[in-house]
Design a protein around this ligand. Structure first.
Ligand code: HEC
Length: 112
């Protein structure tokens, strides 16, 4: 084996990891409107998460408020979507969508 082979794999892995490092935006709630699941959040989640989180998914079923309640209560929704922004996977939410979800959580993630 040629010596360069020893470096190709680690360098490829490094580049792959760097490419996954998204630019994070800080979500900020600035609206005085009431933000609830039914008024705002459902549309954002339906548009961005159903490819992987629809009914029947092993990764979590987020097609209903009841399905989301567990990850809202245990803080995983906040960590994955607003803090780490690792969800939606392979995609980014717009700043506007992040801000609305931030308001939703700050207001206690009401259903209506
Ligand atoms: C391309 C597929 C894909 C998309 C789109 C996606 N997810 Fe995920 N999600 C996953 C997979 C796979 C897992 C489980 C493995 C993991 O945690 O990385 C997961 C896990 C999660 C978890 C952690 C669940 C737990 O109990 O630990 C949360 C919360 C989450 N996703 C929220 C969302 C939200 C909200 C959206 C939309 C804004 C979204 N995801 C979009 C694939 C996706």
């Amino acid at each position: 084996m040629k010596k360069i082979g020893f470096y190709t794999l680690p360098i490829s892995i490094l580049l792959f990891l760097l490419s996954c490092n998204k630019d994070k935006t800080v979500p900020t709630c600035s609206t005085t409107e009431d933000v609830s699941y039914n008024s705002h959040a459902k549309a954002i989640i339906d548009n961005n998460c159903m490819k992987c989180h629809d009914a029947g998914s092993d990764n979590g079923e987020y097609n209903t408020y009841a399905g989301l309640k567990t990850v809202l209560d245990n803080g995983k929704f906040e960590t994955e979507v607003l803090v780490d922004q690792s969800m939606p996977r392979f995609n980014d939410l717009t700043q506007e969508d992040l801000d609305i979800l931030q308001c939703w959580l700050e207001g206690g993630y009401l259903e209506n």
